[in-house]
Design a protein around this ligand. Structure first.
Ligand SMILES: Cc1ncc(COP(=O)(O)O)c(C=O)c1O
Length: 379
């Protein structure tokens, strides 16, 4: 109505005006030197964000395409894959593995719990795995799985590929692709990076590129084949399929913002705002879905108090100018999710807490107005 909604959903997130302006420029020829140099700069910045010296890929598509590229390129029919599933998005890898003919072995934990490295260690003892998949931040529950520690376990198996979904963490929480031994790290544009939806972002290790040279069966996706895109990523004047020129302008500008802030500062900002938000929810006696000690700094899922209707709650929040998300899968209707990532600031978080209080009061929940805001000790 006012063109001024505050998006506090776990992506898409609020986009900086300079990124929108970059997107609004006339498209250049996708193979021109001028565009290629912008694209190359964006790829180099992205390497810094992934903390990798390996290859990075930027392809038109959403995060789901990035996940699918990982599976399509790594698995061959009959391969056994260990899928660590802690919620809705962890299951994506399982379904994709089946589509590409792999045999998934599920390591599943209940919604709200994190997958522990010891569980991965135990599961890998069965032997014969081609890959392990893990979701860093499980957006459906707000759990951050310990991908660094799981990486330590996977590293002991030199023939196993470590595939990690950082769709809801890259640029907001620490992700060290090279140090943590991640072979395929997948993400997207519309969450912590602060670009509208439309780009799949992928980092790929040397081990994967070597494997692709000698893979026995062809990769089951033409558009998603790393080998088809590699020449373009190395020299963007080359053509394989037309890159989304204006989205790459946007990425270029958004990564400039990310790196100007500095990754460490950015992680700290996300952490402080997440803690503040959780403190406020607890002060309102609301229960957080994520198990203690494994809460994500980018998104929080919260259970409704008894009797609160999901649609009513989110509509009332929207009437106050703040958009929050529903919970997913078995938690559908039982809670709501707030994304606090990307270009989020303390005003956004305080406004959200205040709107949650007012909305709950409006819906009849006995609440001490101001209690959450007071607990959000941001100073
Ligand atoms: C952890 C995670 N993985 C994968 C996806 C799928 O990404 P997309 O919706 O961009 O296809 C999402 C989307 O929210 C996500 O949160």
């Amino acid at each position: 109505m006012f063109e001024r909604e505050l998006l506090m959903i776990p992506g898409p997130t609020n986009v900086a005006p300079s990124v929108l302006r970059a997107m609004g420029k006339p498209p250049l020829s996708h193979t021109s030197l001028e565009f290629a140099s912008k694209f190359k700069e964006a790829l180099n910045s992205l390497k810094r964000v992934f903390m990798t010296e390996g290859e990075v890929f930027v392809v038109a598509g959403s995060g789901t395409l990035a996940l699918e590229m990982a599976i399509a390129n790594i698995v061959e029919p009959g391969d056994k894959v260990l899928n660590a599933v802690s919620g809705f998005f962890g299951q994506y890898f399982v379904d994709m593995c089946r589509v590409y003919g792999a045999v998934p072995r599920l390591l599943e934990v209940p919604y709200g719990m994190a997958v522990k490295p010891e569980q991965v260690k135990e599961a890998l003892k069965e032997g014969g795995f081609k890959a392990v998949t893990v979701t860093h931040v499980e957006t459906s529950t707000g759990v951050a799985n310990p991908i660094k520690e799981i990486g330590e376990v996977v590293k002991k198996y030199s023939d196993v590929f470590y595939i990690v979904d950082t769709v809801c963490s890259l640029g907001g929480m620490e992700v060290r692709v090279d140090d943590w031994g991640i072979d395929v790290c997948v993400s997207c544009s519309q969450k912590c990076i602060g670009v509208p939806p439309g780009l799949a972002l992928v980092a790929v290790s040397q081990k994967v590129l070597e494997y692709l040279e000698k893979r026995e069966t062809p990769v089951g996706s033409w558009y998603g084949s790393f080998n088809n895109w590699l020449p373009v990523m190395q020299d963007p004047t080359k053509y394989f399929a037309t890159p989304p020129v204006n989205m790459i302008y946007a990425l270029h500008e958004a990564l400039r913002i990310v790196l100007d802030e500095g990754l460490e500062n950015r992680f700290k900002r996300h952490h402080v705002l997440a803690e503040v938000f959780r403190d406020a929810m607890e002060a309102l006696n609301l229960k957080i879905v994520a198990e203690r000690g494994y809460e994500a700094d980018t998104v929080t899922a919260i259970y409704y108090p008894e009797g609160v209707n999901d649609n009513q709650f989110r509509n009332e929040m929207k009437n106050r100018g703040i958009v929050v998300a529903s919970t997913l899968g078995p938690l559908k209707g039982k809670g709501f999710r707030v994304g606090h990532m990307g270009n989020v600031n303390q005003n956004d978080v305080i406004s959200t807490i205040s709107a949650i209080e007012a909305t709950l009061k409006h819906l009849g929940y006995n609440i001490n107005l101001g209690r959450g805001v007071k607990a959000a000790n941001i100073f």
